[in-house]
Design a binder for this molecule. Structure first.
Ligand SMILES: [Zn+2]
Length: 111
């Protein structure tokens, strides 16, 4: 178990020690700390029972510990690769649509 997990209060451990998909508890949960900065920890959790992955941001301050988690289909390497990527906006979606329509017209893509 990473050193950081030993320093969390029991509630903090509960937040990150079970799988929200299959409810498997800590024995089959693999946790990796991807980034640690100013008491904020980006943690990647992988359930070995159902293969679900969760990315969680755990922030500790004087008031306690807050955690936000998302079920993802990313690997730990994907999270590190994309975490600083620019946000996709509506213009990007429109440009992609236009690109696909033009490619379809030219016969390069079949939709
Ligand atoms: Zn699971």
């Amino acid at each position: 178990m990473p050193n950081f997990l030993n320093q969390l209060p029991l509630d903090g451990l509960k937040m990150i020690s079970f799988c929200p998909i299959c409810n498997e508890h800590h024995k089959l949960i693999e946790a990796k700390i991807l980034e640690e900065k100013n008491n904020n920890h980006l943690i990647y959790l992988k359930c070995k029972k159902c293969n679900s992955s969760i990315v969680s941001l755990v922030a500790a301050d004087g008031f306690g510990i807050n955690s936000v988690g998302l079920v993802v289909d990313l690997t730990a390497e994907d999270v590190l690769k994309f975490k600083n990527s620019p946000v996709i906006n509506s213009d990007d979606v429109i440009l992609t649509h236009q690109f696909l329509e033009e490619s379809k017209t030219k016969g390069n893509v079949k939709l």
